[in-house]
Design a protein around this ligand. Structure first.
Ligand code: GLU
Length: 559
């Protein structure tokens, strides 16, 4: 077979050569050891937690080595593409602070465009580039066409949209498959010419020279040393519409874009043999690979399950709705990524996570366990270290979107809200009040909307409660400092016969009908309508004398 002629027949319009491509996309000029990583999502839906996770690894590896992180949109499967998904995922990733140095970005006009010289960064626009390499493989006898008629193709696609790639008839039985493959390989020049003349479509298959009995040693940076059986499948490179399969696009793009580290899900491990072969055939140097295990979760019975698309916590948009701050989610991902992160963080509480020396070797090779409780813990810590201004900005932005009524209240009086957020903030042991912005209203909504509750029924004599509240009002002076205020609460306790000292009370609880904590509780319930609230002295200071008195009086009336 004259392969050169075959290549010309199949790709008459391709005039450029691999050398032209190499010249157009030269090796990157980066410092020694700089890593080039990418996130390469298919725009078929939302960003999954299992997608942000490897992206964070890629981001860390690239940026802590002075390298490049880029975004490539793998939109070769138009049938699975979801409208607006590409824009959505670019926005979501930006929300989580993932900074791409180049790739697909949203331009000023709101449409996706390219930033960087290694583009286009959407595979759907790279057709001519793939065809250059396809033509080369054909001209070297490493790939060949398999023709069908349009009718056959339509029939196949009606049954299974991916039929031409899966080539079902090849897989059903090994012997039949081999035979079909050999027959397809033996296509003659006349047959090719006839088919082309008839306008029949073809898929391009790689001519595999592997022997699955033989194994190639391979080191995955997470999975360690592996033995990969050689590939003997003539897999599809180009579909009948000329669009590449994942395998082919992966090899061409990651080569031309200079990727040094491919970080992807372990579901790609079984395809690795194909990729090893493809890189060899194309004469490309292979990047390093990290195959990430699926994220796990615990089900109701405590069993580990894969975190699937439908699970709560899978869709990154869920986190925004639930009110998680991006910084909290990123911090949580860091704790999952490197076992020593938390320890480092305790010693370097004031440093951003980007200062942490992320290390591939400290990653677990089995799936990380996703856990909301842990996320909430991490989140509370992160928010407790934010300034009142920061908390105000983020909580208000969240509330305006997801709880506008409350959001508008926060936005109406920023200084008032910030004073509230400042309670217990700063210092060595800041209050850990919020895991999400949705926790803000239950915690401090009473400053705005006050709903009176009565929780004294049964437990305390109502007349005593009333008396305590009246006594407090009698002595209350907003000019008191915290000590002065507390002394007055103690005095109230004594006057109603309650113990004003917790130690003494605990020594003999039967000696008193109640204690100072009960009195504080009466006041707290009266003023905040809640059993749990921030420091009551401060609350009264913020509410001001009139409001404080009104609320206590109101309570006295209702009892
Ligand atoms: N588009 C592929 C996916 O979404 C990318 C895999 C890769 O990172 O190479 O699974």
């Amino acid at each position: 077979m004259d392969y050169q002629k075959l290549a010309e027949l199949l790709f008459p319009g391709v005039t450029q050569t691999p050398a032209d491509m190499e010249a157009k996309f030269p090796p990157r000029n980066l410092p020694e050891g700089a890593k080039v990583t990418r996130f390469a999502p298919s725009p078929t839906g939302f960003v999954h937690f299992g997608g942000l996770f490897p992206t964070t690894i890629g981001e860390r590896l690239a940026h802590q080595s002075g390298g490049v992180l880029y975004l490539r949109i793998e939109d070769t499967d138009a049938k699975r593409e979801v409208d607006g998904a590409a824009e959505g995922l670019i926005k979501t990733l930006a929300h989580y602070g993932i900074h791409f140095d180049e790739g697909a970005v949203i331009g000023e006009d709101g449409n996706i465009c390219d930033k960087g010289i290694y583009g286009p960064y959407r595979q759907s626009q790279r057709g001519p580039i793939y065809h250059v390499y396809a033509k080369q493989l054909v001209s070297e006898g490493k790939a060949y066409p398999v023709f069908t008629t349009q009718e056959e193709l339509d029939a196949l696609n009606a049954v299974d949209k991916k039929a031409e790639i899966k080539a079902k008839d090849w897989h059903e039985d090994q012997t039949a498959q081999k035979e079909a493959m050999l027959k397809a390989r033996a296509i003659t020049m006349e047959e090719v010419e006839e088919n082309l003349k008839a306008g029949n479509p073809f898929v391009l298959r790689l001519l595999a020279d592997g022997d699955p009995e033989k194994k190639t040693p391979f080191t995955d940076l997470i999975k360690g040393k592996l033995e990969i059986p050689e590939n003997d499948e003539d897999f599809v490179l180009l579909k009948s519409d000329g669009i590449p399969t994942y395998h082919f696009a992966h090899a061409v793009d990651d080569h031309l874009m200079g990727t040094t580290h491919v970080i992807r899900g372990e579901e790609w491990l079984p395809s690795l043999a194909k990729h090893i072969m493809l890189f060899r055939y194309l004469g490309f140097r292979m990047p390093k690979y990290m195959h990430i295990a699926q994220i796990m979760r615990l089900d109701e019975n405590g069993n580990k399950k894969k975190l699937s698309k439908r699970d709560m916590g899978a869709n990154m948009d869920d986190y925004s709705r639930m009110g998680y701050a991006p910084a909290c989610v990123c911090e949580y991902i860091m704790t999952l990524l490197n076992s020593n992160y938390e320890e480092w963080h305790m010693q370097n509480a004031d440093k951003p996570y980007t200062d942490f020396p992320f290390n591939i070797k400290k990653m677990s090779s089995s799936g990380c366990l996703f856990d909301f409780n842990k996320l909430n813990d991490v989140s509370k810590n992160v928010i407790s270290r934010m300034s009142a201004d920061e908390v105000y900005e983020q909580a208000t932005a969240w509330a305006l979107e997801f709880d506008p009524e409350f959001g508008k209240k926060l936005a109406a009086t920023p200084d008032f809200a910030k004073t509230i957020f400042a309670i217990g903030r700063g210092g060595k042991k800041p209050r850990k009040d919020f895991a999400t912005w949705a926790d803000v209203k239950p915690y401090m909504g009473f400053f705005y909307d006050y709903e009176q509750i009565d929780t004294f029924a049964g437990e305390h004599d109502q007349e005593t409660v009333k008396k305590a509240l009246s006594l407090f009002l009698g002595s209350y002076d907003p000019a008191d400092d915290m000590n002065g205020w507390f002394e007055k609460v103690k005095a109230v306790a004594r006057e109603i016969g309650y113990c004003d000292d917790m130690k003494a009370y605990k020594a003999d609880p039967t000696a008193f009908p109640g204690n100072i904590a009960d009195v504080s509780m009466f006041l707290r319930v009266a003023v905040t309508g809640k059993l749990n609230a921030p420091d009551l002295y401060t609350v009264m200071q913020i509410l001001g004398e009139a409001e404080t008195r009104a609320r206590i009086e109101n309570m006295i009336q209702t009892i």
